[in-house]
Design a protein around this ligand. Sequence first.
Ligand SMILES: [Mg+2]
Length: 215
Amino acid sequence: MKDKILLLDIDHTILDLNRTRKFLIHKLKKLFKEDIPSIEKTTDFIINKVTKENKIFNPYMFINELAGKCSIKKNKIKNIVWTKERFKKSLYKDVKPFIKRIKGYLDIYIFSQGYIKYQKQKLAGLEGLINKKNILIFEDKKINIKRILNKFKNKKIYLIDDSPVIINFAKKVNNKIIAILMKRKNGKKYLKHKKNLADYIVKELKSAYKIIKPY
Ligand SMILES: [Mg+2]
């Protein structure tokens, strides 16, 4: 146990969700051939619908909805949705080198929200690099921030997240944490916040390393 920890977000921070989407559509197109002419539109429509209904993306609902629109067996769609390859290929290139360089210096925790089993699947490319006990995933991250920050209150805490809402909330709970806002080139666009409480804003993990690195 080290005296410093890093809370690391998944979506749009270490995982390129544009790539996971493209990969999904590419594989579905191959699978469907002529069945659904506008598979891209249909996929996006269902993703938005099931995300809205559940507040998080529920992969099983996606599979059911899509299977309901075509003659393809659910299992075939399920295999594409859950394939580890899709997530391995969608890790941003700087993630593994960053984790390898930084992990001797602090304890890394994945701190993420979403459909829990699905979020865990997204870490397929990091097998062996992240301790399984250090994976903290919740359906709603915001309501768990306080408890998580309190759990590590005796340690120096770094947080890397692409959500200004999460960064601001965490800083309000504990102003001493070092909050690093990730702004990937192709990341999610958030509404502009009047106040951004992040200590640093970075575009890649290399810059985050320079902030955290041991002196
Ligand atoms: Mg995120």
